[in-house]
Structures are given as structure tokens and as C-alpha cells.
Design a protein around this ligand. Structure first.
Ligand code: GLA
Length: 683
């Protein structure tokens, strides 16, 4: 943390967008601002890619247009989330200083012409960028329209891993600070293997493309270094802004399925408010459940405090192989899923659809078709709905289930030489989350080592890398009476990516009561049968129970006859373990059973299958609660609730009917909240 946090305050739920007026002429700005008023937009991110406009030549600033746009927005009562304009260096900078261009692992430079064409470790880039930040902060730091600073944009989206000589130099410095001596580094990276021992610091390089598999310890530290470098860059911008402005500062995270390079657990404490960009990834089997997971993880980063959804899309994106349009109503469902899970702001990329540039086929709030479009009407509808939900702002989600998530496990579990390329860390995380979500449980996503005392159930999917200390926070909690599910590929390596020996799961071994000898991955597409009638996929292990009760064995496959599902009484708690990836239904059944054992309740009682619903409750400190129900299904759902539904403004006297595809938010009648819980989670 570089300075005490400043609070971002807003009247109700913020509704906004990225706005790129530089792509349009001033007469369009007036129309834009009028339409923003019609939609209820009240927070606009500006100047994200402004560098070449603000500083057309080195040291020569031109703020005329930005002054004008900010003033127009201010006159319309719209607040500004002001970009520092450093997201993409101008052509004059990369021409004068081609050494700032990032280098890929194969040693080739990346040319300008896209965006983020800079090495995060480049002092030349930093110097030029910070001069601009100083000028922008000086000029707008006290402007009454500016409500939030937006540092750069999605730091590390394209350039997180740079392999140039400047990065090599910075990497060595980082390693010297971490290890002190070359002996310690050689030990940590296991360089005795393949004659990799370093005799001088100058021999160390980033993990550039090699002929064979690279050193995984080096790759892990390069990930850590790269994440730290960008955080350091964020801090450098913040240090320039703080003395010039009292406005809170943040940057937009990318908590999403396809970006893995930043360890946001180490970043989050620096943000005055956590902000996230999320796009549905239709390459995933279940994009909306991933959305729920990402929103819960963002809330975890925010330590439960409300956060901002800084970007998502009204419809299709432009960067997937197939860019699906949203179904009618999906925009509202997506947006309110974020709000249900703690967002106090819903913003989009972008306001008006571009007609030029590589994002011209990306959806926007105001589409190419203009206001005579279903999409625009949905945008207007969303704005009106958010207005009705203003009173929810500031409330928090209360969860009794925690799931442990780790970027370091993501990086290391997906190492290039591993037992099976057919399963990744996120596959395990998403599968476990889906199983909990299907029961309507409220789930907090926490970092390894987090205090677990508030939870009834902890799920630890594939926590490949874990320190002894962080594992102890989990096993001590179990010992003291907690119930946990730990899944395969957990506790495999320590902080140095060195394997724990003596039977896999290392620091979880005693809690699990298992001696695991060998991984035996399952061929993709083949299901293994378990003795309890369920099936598993992709993984099995050869193990024996030491103290655990074997709940199910593998009936066939490479580990036939051996434990597949176990439960160990540990202290006064219970540690469950699955040695395979259960099929979706099996996983839901398993977590239903474990949740029931742990006394975990669904957020609300429903008629039928809660799997197609989002059920989340937000609570104000004064005890006022809001039950969010998002119905992804085609059929109406019935949920037990009492109070006033805020979107339809109707009373709810016991049963809330949520039409297929609709969203409802009930301000619950005080005193009845406990009564609407089921005593037990659904079967
Ligand atoms: C990111 C960026 C935006 C835009 C969108 C498109 O979120 O921050 O500038 O490129 O992706 O989806």
C-alpha cells in the first residue's frame, strides 16, 4: 500500500462506460452526452488511450479537447473516471526509443501498431509515461468532475511477460533481492538438473524460448517478477497522482478465464477501490457460471467490500473465434449477477461503437444501428433497473463457504511438462465452483493463508503450490472442527516449485489420511467408474488410505480398486478428498452431501432445481437485506421470499415467482430472513 486508501463514493449504483470521444467530432459529443443522460449514465471512463492526442510531440501538451469533453460531461452531471492516458505509447516514443518495445520469448520484438507496445521494466517508457501522468494529474487533479483515477488500462493484458534485455536486467535485480545469493537461487530453481547451475548473476535470463522444456522454477519466478513489475509501475503512477489530487485511484483488473499473468492477491491492497473487467468467454462450457466465479473472486480481492465492474460488453466482443451476440435479457442477467455478487457499479466497454480500428465489430452501449435497436432499449432498461437498486449500494455479501484460489497454483499446475495436458488448474476450480453454485450457496473466494474462521465449509480445488504455513491454516481449521473438500493435485509443490515427498498432497497428507504414491491420469473422453455409481474424468491416483474412510473406489481405469473418494476425521473436523474430477452431476451430488454435513444452507429455498438460478443475498450493516434471484432458465422459478421486489415494485408474501430469463431483487422484510432459509441444502 503506497498511501492510506481514499474512499470512492457514488450516489447509488454507478452506471457507465469507456468513452472515446477522440474517435468522433464535437457535434457527436453533444449527442452522446444527451443520450448518456437518457440512459442514466453517471460515470464515464475517459482518456484511456489519450497519449498521442494529449502529447502529439515530446513534451508538447494539448489539453484543449480533453478540457472541453470533461467540462461538457460535468455540465451534464456525469462524473469522470479519468484515465492517465498511458495505456499505449505514441508513435513518436517508440520511433525514438525502439528499445522500449516488448520482446517475445523467442527474442523477436513486437512492433507498435496495436497497443501496450512497451516493456514494463523500461525506464525510458516509465520516465515518459510519468511525465504525462504528472501533467494530467496537475491539470485535472482538482476538477470537480473527476471522481476516480483510472491508471493506464488493464495493465499487462498484452505485455505482462517481456523477455528483452531490460527485463533481464530487472529480473536479475528482483532475484538478487529475493534470494541474496546465487547459491540460494540455484537451490530454489533446482539448477543441479541438466547442468543449469549459475556461476554469475549475469548468466541469468528470462525464460526465453529453449530447445527443450525450460526450468519451471525460473518460469515461476519470472511470473512473480512480471506481476510485481507491473504492480511497481502502477505504484509509480499513483505516487505521481497522490500529491496532485485527493481523488481515489484504481486500475481495471482482468479477473477472467483467459488472463493469468497477474497475481491480483498481491495487487488488491493497493487499490482505493477494486475494479474489474469481465467478458463472457464463450469458449468455456458454462460462461455464466464463470462470470459468477469471477465476480466472487473480485469481491474476494476487495475483501468483501463493494467493487466496480469497470468493463463488460452489451453484446458480442470481437476477439474470440466466434463472437456470440447476447440473448435478449442476457445483458440484464449478466449485469445484475455482478451487482448481486458485490459490484456497486456496472460499466461497459464502450459507449459508442467504433467505426474504425480493430474493435469496430465490438458491441457498445450505442450500437452502429443507433437508438432504434433492441440493444439500445436493453441499455435504457438496464439504466432504469439500476436506478431502482440504488439503495443496495454499500451492502455486502455474506457467505459461509470459502474456496481457495491461487494464481501461483495456476502458473505452476499448468507447467509445460506435467502428468496430463488435458486438465488445467482452472478446469478444477470451475468444476468445484459449479458444484457449489448449483446449490445456491454463497461462496467467498479467498487466498491461500486466509482466515477461515467465518466459514462452515472450505473447498480447495487443485491447490498445486502451497506453502507449509498456508496449508496449516487449512488443516488447523479442519482440526478445530471444519469440513473441507480438497481435490487432487493439491499440496504437490512448495513455494519453490519443489515437490513434497513421502506421498503426495504433502502438507495435507495427515489431514487427508492418505498415502498417494502415483498419478495415473485418465485418457480424455474416457470416464472411470466409481464404486458409488458415479464417474470421474481425466485423473486418477494410486493410493492407500492410512486413516481415511474410503467412500468410493475406482472400479476401472488405471487405478482400479484404489481409493477415489475419501473422508478423514481429523481432530474434530472432516477432510474429504477426491482423486478424480467427478462428472458434473457427480460433483454436484458430492458437494451437496458435504455441504449438508457442514450445515451449509442455500441462500434461499427454491422450487425445483436451483442450478439455473443465481441466488445471492447482500446485507447492509443495519441488517437490511436484498435477495437477488437471476433466472438463467427458460421456465419460471419459485423462490421463498418475503418483502418488496424492487424491479417490479410488488410485494412478495412468501413466494417469489421469477419468470424465465428474468431477474428479481427482493428487499426482505426484517425478521423473516432466517425463516426463509432451508435447514438443509438441497439433495
Ligand atoms: C479490454 C480493454 C478495452 C477493450 C475491451 C474489448 O477490456 O480494456 O479497451 O479492448 O477489452 O473487449
Amino acid at each position: 500500500m503506497t498511501a492510506p486508501a481514499r474512499e470512492f463514493t457514488h450516489d447509488g449504483i454507478a452506471f457507465g462506460c469507456d468513452y472515446n470521444p477522440e474517435q468522433w467530432s464535437p457535434d457527436v459529443w453533444d449527442e452522446d452526452i444527451a443520450l448518456m443522460g437518457e440512459a442514466g449514465v453517471d460515470l464515464v471512463a475517459l482518456n484511456i488511450f489519450g497519449w498521442s492526442h494529449l502529447e502529439p510531440r515530446p513534451g508538447e501538451y494539448d489539453f484543449a479537447r480533453l478540457d472541453d469533453v470533461i467540462d461538457r460531461l460535468h455540465r451534464a452531471g456525469i462524473r469522470v473516471n479519468l484515465g492517465t492516458a498511458t495505456a499505449s505509447p505514441p508513435a513518436w516514443l517508440t520511433r525514438r526509443h525502439p528499445e522500449i518495445l516488448p520482446m517475445a520469448a523467442d527474442g523477436t520484438r513486437r512492433f507498435p501498431g496495436g497497443r501496450q507496445a512497451y516493456c514494463p521494466s523500461s525506464p525510458v517508457f516509465r520516465d515518459a509515461a510519468l511525465k504525462l501522468v504528472a501533467a494530467v494529474a496537475e491539470r485535472y487533479g482538482s476538477h470537480p468532475a473527476v471522481a476516480l483515477w483510472h491508471v493506464s488500462n488493464e495493465l499487462g493484458c498484452h505485455n505482462a511477460l517481456c523477455y528483452c534485455d531490460e527485463s533481464a536486467r530487472a529480473f536479475r535485480e528482483w532475484l538478487q533481492a529475493r534470494y541474496g545469493t546465487l547459491d540460494a537461487l540455484n537451490q530454489a530453481w533446482g539448477t543441479a538438473f541438466w547442468s543449469q547451475t549459475y556461476g554469475e548473476w549475469g548468466e541469468i535470463l528470462p525464460p526465453r524460448a529453449t530447445l527443450s522444456a525450460a526450468n519451471p522454477g525460473q518460469a515461476l519466478d519470472f511470473h512473480r517478477f512480471s506481476s510485481d513489475q507491473l504492480l511497481d509501475y502502477y505504484r509509480a503512477e499513483v505516487e505521481v497522482i497522490r500529491p496532485r489530487s485527493a481523488v481515489p485511484i484504481t486500475t481495471n483488473f482482468m479477473v477472467t478465464a483467459h488472463i493469468e499473468n497477474l497475481d491480483y492477491w498481491t495487487w488488491a491492497g493497493d487499490m482505493d477501490i477494486v475494479a474489474n473487467d469481465h467478458y463472457l468467454d464463450n469458449r468455456l462450457g458454462d460462461p455464466t457460471t464463470e462470470l459468477a466465479f469471477a465476480a466472487d473472486l473480485t469481491r474476494g480481492l476487495s475483501r468483501g467490500e463493494p467493487w466496480l465492474l469497470m468493463e463488460h460488453s452489451t453484446g458480442a466482443v470481437n476477439w474470440q473465434p466466434l463472437n456470440l451476440a447476447k440473448e435478449p435479457g442476457e445483458l440484464l442477467r449478466n449485469s445484475l449477477t455482478h451487482v448481486a455478487r458485490g459490484a456497486d457499479g456496472v460499466c461497459f466497454f464502450q459507449w459508442r461503437a467504433s467505426v474504425q480500428g480493430s474493435e469496430k465489430f465490438h458491441s457498445a452501449m450505442l450500437p452502429h444501428a443507433g437508438t432504434d435497436s433492441a440493444l439500445w432499449r436493453e441499455v435504457i432498461g438496464l439504466g432504469a433497473t439500476l436506478d431502482r437498486l440504488d439503495e443496495v449500494a454499500g451492502s455486502r455479501v455474506v457467505a459461509d463457504v470459502a474456496m481457495v484460489f491461487s494464481w501461483e497454483s495456476w502458473w505452476t499446475a499448468n507447467t509445460e511438462s506435467r502428468p496430463s495436458q488435458s486438465i488445467s488448474y482452472l478446469d478444477q476450480v470451475h468444476a468445484a465452483y459449479d458444484a457449489l453454485h448449483a446449490h445456491g450457496c454463497a461462496i467467498d473466494i479467498v487466498r491461500p493463508g486466509a482466515d477461515l474462521s467465518a466459514y462452515s465449509l472450505v473447498v480447495v480445488p487443485g491447490l498445486h503450490l502451497v506453502s507449509e504455513a498456508d496449508a496449516a491454516t487449512i488443516t488447523d481449521w479442519i482440526h478445530a472442527g471444519g469440513t473441507a473438500l480438497i481435490t487432487f493435485n493439491s499440496g504437490i509443490v512448495d513455494e519453490q516449485d519443489s515437490v513434497y515427498t513421502g506421498g503426495y498432497t504433502g502438507p495435507f497428507r495427515d489431514a487427508l489420511g492418505l498415502h498417494i504414491e502415483e498419478f495415473a491420469p485418465v485418457v480424455p473422453g474416457v470416464e472411470v467408474s466409481l464404486s458409488d455409481g458415479t464417474s470421474g474424468r481425466l485423473w486418477s491416483e494410486r493410493s492407500r488410505a492410512t486413516t481415511a474412510e474410503v467412500v468410493a473406489t475406482f472400479v476401472d481405469g488405471p487405478s482400479a480398486g484404489l481409493p477415489a473418494l475419501t473422508r478423514n476425521t481429523f481432530g474434530t473436523g472432516a477432510a474429504w478428498y477426491t482423486a478424480t474430477l467427478p462428472t458434473r452431476d457427480a460433483y454436484r451430488g458430492l458437494l451437496s452431501r458435504i455441504a449438508r454435513e457442514a450445515g451449509v444452507r442455500a441462500v434461499a429455498e427454491t422450487e425445483g432445481d436451483p442450478a439455473s438460478l443465481e441466488l445471492v443475498r447482500r446485507r447492509h450493516d443495519d441488517g437490511t437485506t436484498y435477495l437477488f434471484v437471476v433466472n438463467h432458465g427458460a421456465d419460471a422459478a419459485e423462490v421463498t421470499a418475503r418483502g418488496r421486489e424492487l424491479i417490479t415494485d410488488e410485494g412478495v408474501a412468501g413466494v417469489l415467482v421469477v419468470p424465465g430469463g428474468a431477474v428479481r431483487v427482493v428487499k426482505e422484510t426484517t425478521g423473516d430472513v432466517a425463516g426463509i432459509h432451508r435447514e438443509e441444502v438441497a439433495e
